[in-house]
Write a protein that binds this ligand. Structure first.
Ligand code: SF4
Length: 432
């Protein structure tokens, strides 16, 4: 059984040059990932060790949860000198003790590092070890960094999952080969994928992260894993170190991406083509039909991606191949060539690719192209809109359910809606 599917021969942008930008960045930090991570692992708590700025970001990014006991908070570490560090550690321990006494439902606690210098001086991995010893077996305490110096906003998830991998139980040496789907997915999407994989004939499937910290999936040399998100480089490395093997595949966005993602798993598990087609054809056809009306609006329109979420390449591939959009430029914060090989091969030859950010230069290139729609961070969206350029917030593409067949039309709609709104506004202005 092989974990590697035959890749499409070198074509598209697989060997294309990439413009490397290393200038000013305009992106959210990795703390943002807490917004979707806390919804996924339902008995986990995220304690940001940070400043008032971090607390403010969490409040505004996630909103205040009114109906549920919140599952994240910020321990504010104020300006301190080195002599004050012992106090800071004691204070952190005190905050954690108080939290865990008050909230016995918390089974896993993440101490999330941030970038203020007084936090960087704290050794959060030692704090996590110390507190883990104190609270085991009731609560596991782990740590990772969401600091804006080290991470862009989706890398917070990568750092969190990479910290969780060493906690996964080892799979039995004689266990049958199993499939692990890696990356936070909304529950509804996870259920759909589980149904598709069962229908194809793959029975032993786990999802990582799980919905409960008590259901951590086993991992070992008999684990094959499929990445559901393109930004999980450290997590993939940590899984490889545990003996698991990645199944090379594109990402499950759009009909084509979802089909080839599922097919890569089917090939790995020796499922015959006919069985695969029988199981997936009805969903493929339904999704293609739903895409048709969005294609009418999007075909021939141009899109410019600023580097933000690392979802840019798979999304650009979907927009270009399934909806006929033109790619003005596709920027990504990091380009992991190995994980994105299939996506690169599928991009039209000559696509301008850029890695990293130099915001002023990218804004100049963007303005020069006058694209129909720009995918960018919140900080750039307002000024571009003020210039009459239609924008789509990259963060919305991470928050919304966009994977799989059932969400393909919704994903296309996220791009179609702003263009429709713009057309309506232009029409209204013309009539007034
Ligand atoms: Fe700002 Fe850094 Fe805190 Fe993120 S971690 S909110 S970038 S201070």
């Amino acid at each position: 059984m092989s974990a590697v599917i035959p890749l499409i021969p070198a074509q598209g942008c697989e060997a294309a040059p990439v413009l490397r930008e290393r200038g000013q960045r305009e992106v959210f930090c990795g703390l943002t990932g807490i917004v979707w991570l806390h919804r996924k692992i339902q008995d986990a708590f995220f304690l940001v060790v940070g400043s008032r700025t971090c607390a403010h970001l969490m409040q505004s990014a996630a909103g205040v949860m009114i109906f549920a006991e919140p599952r994240f908070a910020t321990a504010i570490i104020d300006e301190r000198d080195l002599a004050g560090l012992a106090d800071a550690n004691e204070e952190l321990d005190r905050v954690v003790r108080r939290l865990l006494e008050r909230r016995p439902d918390i089974k896993m606690l993440f101490l999330v590092g941030s970038c203020p210098s007084e936090v960087i001086k704290l050794d959060l991995s030692r704090a996590a070890e110390r507190l883990s010893r104190e609270f085991l077996p009731k609560v596991r305490v782990l740590n990772y960094s969401g600091s804006g110096i080290e991470t862009t906003f989706t890398q917070g998830e990568d750092a969190c999952l990479a910290a969780l991998v060493p906690q996964l139980p080892p799979s039995a040496a004689d266990a049958a080969t199993s499939l692990m789907i890696v990356g936070c997915l909304p529950d509804i999407v996870e259920d759909q994928f589980a149904r598709h994989l069962r229908a194809i004939g793959i029975e032993r499937v786990s999802f990582f992260p799980p919905r409960s910290s008590r259901e951590l999936p086993a991992v070992g040399p008999n684990t094959r894993y499929l990445l559901a998100q393109p930004f999980l480089n450290d997590t993939a490395r940590a899984l490889d170190e545990r003996g698991a093997r990645r199944i090379a595949a594109p990402f499950p966005f759009g009909v084509e991406g979802t089909t080839e993602w599922l097919r890569a798993a089917a090939l790995t598990f020796g499922i015959a083509d006919e069985a695969f087609d029988r199981a997936t054809l009805p969903s493929r056809e339904r999704a293609q039909k739903a895409l048709a009306s969005r294609r009418e609006l999007l075909e021939g329109r141009s899109v410019f991606f600023f580097p933000d979420s690392q979802l840019e390449l798979p999304l650009a591939r979907f927009l270009s191949r399934e909806l006929g959009m033109r790619l003005a430029e596709v920027g990504t914060p990091y380009l992991h060539r190995d994980h994105l090989r299939q996506e690169l091969a599928w991009l039209p030859e000559g696509t301008v690719l850029s890695e990293g950010q130099d915001v002023d230069k990218q804004l100049d290139r963007c303005r020069a192209q006058v694209p129909d729609i720009v995918v960018c961070g919140l900080g750039l969206a307002n000024p571009l809109e003020a210039e009459g350029i239609t924008t789509k917030w990259a963060i919305e593409l991470v928050f919304s359910p966009v994977h799989g067949y059932e969400q393909s039309a919704d994903l296309a709609e996220l791009f179609a809606r702003p263009l429709r709104r713009k057309a309506k506004l232009t029409q209204e202005l013309a009539c007034s």
